[in-house]
Design a protein around this ligand. Structure first.
Ligand code: KG4
Ligand code: ZN
Length: 413
């Protein structure tokens, strides 16, 4: 083995990303070319456009990652790529490029599950904190009682992966050079990030909606609209069926404890009803979003705030408070049931400020620990893919020529 340099490549959705990470712990570079501006005008990711943009961006993004890390292809020890889950055409760009590069350079190729990548974003952050103690490390060690290296020695954690495509709870267990994952819970319909995006779109904010809702919720009353999440009952007609959601293929729903199942389509409809009932479509934001007569969606959070009525701000705050509350309730219940003293929270929604603050406070009260990646590592990136590949590199688990994109690749048993 050389110096343990892995080039990670990620193209599962709307970011083309490449990163060079040393021994799964030290990020030498992490380049992310976001397609947000391209998709924003359609209110969501358009798969065909995403593939075309990945094709355009992949070569310069990989070159930049190598240049910023100050390494050449000859210095690398392996290439890691996201093989699923995600958009088929988007994944294929990364997989095909990584295969060609690995073949040309005679390097081992490592296939990484995107969801596992998100989990490793937290571990990567902790390892780099342990090595260097950066300022942002305080985020993942709120109580300061333990060092990151001690934390890493703990063998099991409950992982909440919460993004635009996923809301999954896993029990993650470290065993020698491998991590094992057991699916504990998941959403039956929309992902939490999807709910943020849909509610935001309904109110006229640009895509992706999470950051807009997060910023505006601070100015609203979270108790104004009492959104409720129904208790999910065991659905006998679902026995043996996998969920009808996008994202990963997983265990049949009926095998999961209903207390750890999520459902976000109801709150989305409740917000829609509230908007209709209170005529909030005539609110300035909605009018601006209608695009006609020179109106346009807000360009900055200050502009959005100026356009929002107090009633819209209260609605946004109540929605976010309810979603975060539901994520918290089920995550802590699962951690308790499984005896996990540690919770890892990752994925785009882990960037949410209310979520971070409330999880940290609740964990402190329960004597549990909660860890987040940095904000940059919360959303899609390739450093997490290179980090997740490191245990596979050590155990020699490499992909062969038959590797292809698997849009519904599952993680865990
Ligand atoms: O992990 P990610 O970049 O891509 C997926 O794998 O989906 O997550 C993107 C999602 C979007 O739904 C976006 O609205 C949400 O993460 N998001 C947020 C915040 N920042 C991004 N949701 C709530 N609050 C935020 N601050
Ligand atoms: Zn993601």
């Amino acid at each position: 083995m050389g110096s343990g340099l892995i080039l990670g490549i990620e193209t599962s959705c709307d970011e083309t990303a490449a990163a060079v990470v040393e021994r799964g712990a030290r990020t030498l570079s992490s380049v992310v070319a976001s397609q947000i501006a391209l998709h924003a005008r359609y209110g969501g990711v358009v798969p065909e456009l995403a593939s075309r943009e990945h094709l355009r961006a992949i070569v310069p993004v990989v070159r930049n990652a190598l240049a910023q890390a100050n390494v050449t292809l000859a210095d690398l020890d392996a290439i890691a790529v996201t093989s699923g889950p995600g958009l088929a055409g988007a994944l294929l760009v990364g997989v095909t490029y990584a295969k060609a590069l690995a073949f040309a350079q005679k390097l081992p190729l490592i296939a990484v599950n995107h969801i596992e990548g998100h989990i490793h974003a937290v571990l990567l952050h902790e390892r780099s904190c342990a090595a260097g103690g950066r300022k942002s490390c305080a985020e993942s060690l709120p109580d300061g009682r333990r060092t990151a290296s001690e934390t890493e020695m703990e063998s099991s954690a409950l992982a909440l992966v919460v993004s635009g495509g996923h809301t999954h709870l896993f029990l993650a267990e470290a065993r020698e050079n491998a991590w094992n994952y057991t699916l504990v819970g998941r959403t039956l319909d929309d992902a939490a990030g999807e709910a943020f995006d849909k509610v935001s779109k309904l109110l006229g904010f640009p895509y992706p909606g999470g950051p807009w809702i997060d910023a505006l919720a601070r100015f609203g009353d979270p108790t104004a609209v009492p959104f409720k999440f129904a208790v999910i009952k065991q659905k006998l007609h679902l026995v043996g069926k996998t969920p009808r959601t996008k994202g990963a293929r997983t265990s049949p729903i009926a095998e999961l404890d209903p207390h750890f199942l999520f459902s976000f389509s109801g709150i989305k409809t409740a917000v829609l009803r509230y908007v209709e009932l209170h005529n909030l479509r005539t609110d300035a934001v909605a009018r601006a979003a209608a695009m006609g007569g020179g109106a346009r969606p807000p360009r900055s959070q200050e502009e959005a705030l100026a356009l929002c009525s107090q009633q819209v701000l209260d609605l946004v705050a109540s929605f976010q408070c309810a979603v975060v509350g539901d994520l918290m309730k089920k995550s802590f219940a699962a951690a308790e049931a499984l005896g996990a003293k540690r919770i890892l929270i990752t994925g785009g929604v882990a960037a949410n400020s209310e979520l971070r603050q409330r999880f940290a406070t609740e964990a402190a009260g329960r004597g549990a620990r909660v860890s987040f990646p940095t904000l940059a590592l919360s959303t899609d990136n390739a450093a997490m893919i290179a980090a997740a590949a490191w245990p596979r590199f050590l155990s020699g688990t490499f992909a062969d020529d038959s590797l292809s994109a698997d849009p519904s690749l599952a993680l865990g048993r």
